[in-house]
Design a protein around this ligand. Structure first.
Ligand SMILES: O=C(O)c1ccc[n+]([C@@H]2O[C@H](COP(=O)([O-])O)[C@@H](O)[C@H]2O)c1
Ligand SMILES: Cc1cc2nc[nH]c2cc1C
Length: 349
């Protein structure tokens, strides 16, 4: 319980190198498939397979509430967290629609929703009914943060046991851009004014108030930036902790991980601070409209695949990027080589 991270192997460098060479035998000018070629090398290295597979993918949506919602930092009331969970169960949310398109196994996990939920269709693994208000006290204890990380690890083990070959973690939690922004400022030292954003749609005085709440909380909670578990416990969220745990566990099984938007990336950054060996297993699906996402990606040295000005969460941007991973694996498995297709290779110079 005290060690949040399983052991994570380094990617298979020999396999990655072999696939890099193989790519140049396929019927295309070398490098012409651009970042898909980088992705092929990455997938080979992290799975240790010359012809990696990513199907079927799994989407796990972690839902939790945030005590800081009572400060009026979101455009929506806290009750929307539970209402959207009911929508996920009924199949009507964006994540349901997009997950069906890619044939994903979709699971919704209650890691800390503060109100009533439907009786069926949810994995019940609630650590506590929402965090405390981080503007007034620590969001949770270290033990609760560890327990929420363990929730995520259990979810990733279910994904692995179900035979899924790519993990996408999503989240639902009213006010979680406040928690994520506070965590990102604490972990990177970046000024709150550079990373705070609209979340579900706050603007004007409400946005200024959100910034002031985060700045005051950073002074009050003052976590040690070199202690990621302390940052998570004092400023974070249960679903953020669970995503971090899911990423760590998935990497220990050599599962490729497709990271979603701002909140998921803050979870990824936290997990990388806990265990730097995680970083090579992370592929970033998209750049969210939330301004802090750029900083979080920079802190990870990450360049996402898509930039569609999304700001939904739920895992939606990662699911939309998944077909690019599928295309990458199909490129390796199905393209003809110059030799098999009888196409002249480039002139020797
Ligand atoms: O993933 C993102 O980049 C993202 C950006 C802005 C908002 N969200 C979603 O909106 C909710 C948080 O917004 P807020 O305004 O309540 O803090 C939460 O449920 C997230 O899934 C998600
Ligand atoms: C309606 C709604 C759907 C969401 N999905 C993720 N976060 C959300 C926030 C709101 C408000």
């Amino acid at each position: 319980m005290n060690d949040p991270s399983p052991s994570i192997a380094a990617p298979d460098a020999a396999c990655a190198e072999r696939v890099g060479r193989y790519l140049d035998t396929l019927t295309k000018p070398p490098g012409s498939l651009g970042r898909l070629e980088d992705l092929a090398v990455t997938l080979a290295g992290l799975t240790g397979e010359d012809f990696p597979g990513v199907t079927p993918p799994a989407v796990v949506v972690f839902a939790a509430d945030h005590g800081v919602a009572e400060e009026g930092v979101s455009a929506f009331p806290q009750a929307v967290t539970a209402q959207m969970v009911a929508n996920f169960v009924a199949g009507g949310a964006a994540i349901n629609v997009f997950s069906r398109r890619i044939g994903a196994r979709l699971e919704v996990v209650d890691v800390g929703v503060a109100s009533e939920l439907p009786a069926h269709g949810i994995v019940r693994d609630r650590v506590r009914p929402g965090t405390a208000n981080l503007a007034r006290e620590d969001a949770m204890s270290r033990d609760e943060a560890l327990a929420a990380i363990a929730v995520g690890r259990r979810a990733a083990r279910r994904v692995q046991a179900a035979g899924c070959r790519c993990l996408i973690a999503g989240e639902m939690g009213i006010a979680n851009t406040t928690a994520s922004s506070a965590m990102l400022a604490a972990l990177t030292g970046a000024p709150v004014s550079e990373l705070v954003g609209a979340g579900t749609g706050v603007a004007g005085d409400t946005l200024a108030h959100k910034r002031a709440v985060i700045e005051a909380a950073l002074l009050e909670r003052a976590p040690d930036r070199d202690d990621p578990l302390e940052v998570l416990a004092r400023l974070g969220g249960l679903e953020i902790a669970a995503m971090a745990g899911a990423f760590l566990e998935a990497a220990s099984h050599r599962l490729p991980i497709l990271v979603d938007g701002f909140i998921a990336t803050v979870a990824a950054l936290t997990a990388c601070r806990l265990e730097p060996a995680l970083r090579p297993y992370l592929i970033f699906g998209h750049r969210s409209h939330e301004p802090g996402h750029r900083l979080a990606l920079e802190a990870l040295g990450a360049e996402p695949l898509l930039d569609l000005a999304l700001r939904l969460g739920e895992g939606s941007g990662a699911v939309l990027a998944f077909p690019l991973l599928e295309a990458t694996t199909a490129m390796l498995a199905e393209m003809a080589t110059f030799a098999t297709a009888g196409v002249d290779d480039r002139e020797a110079r």
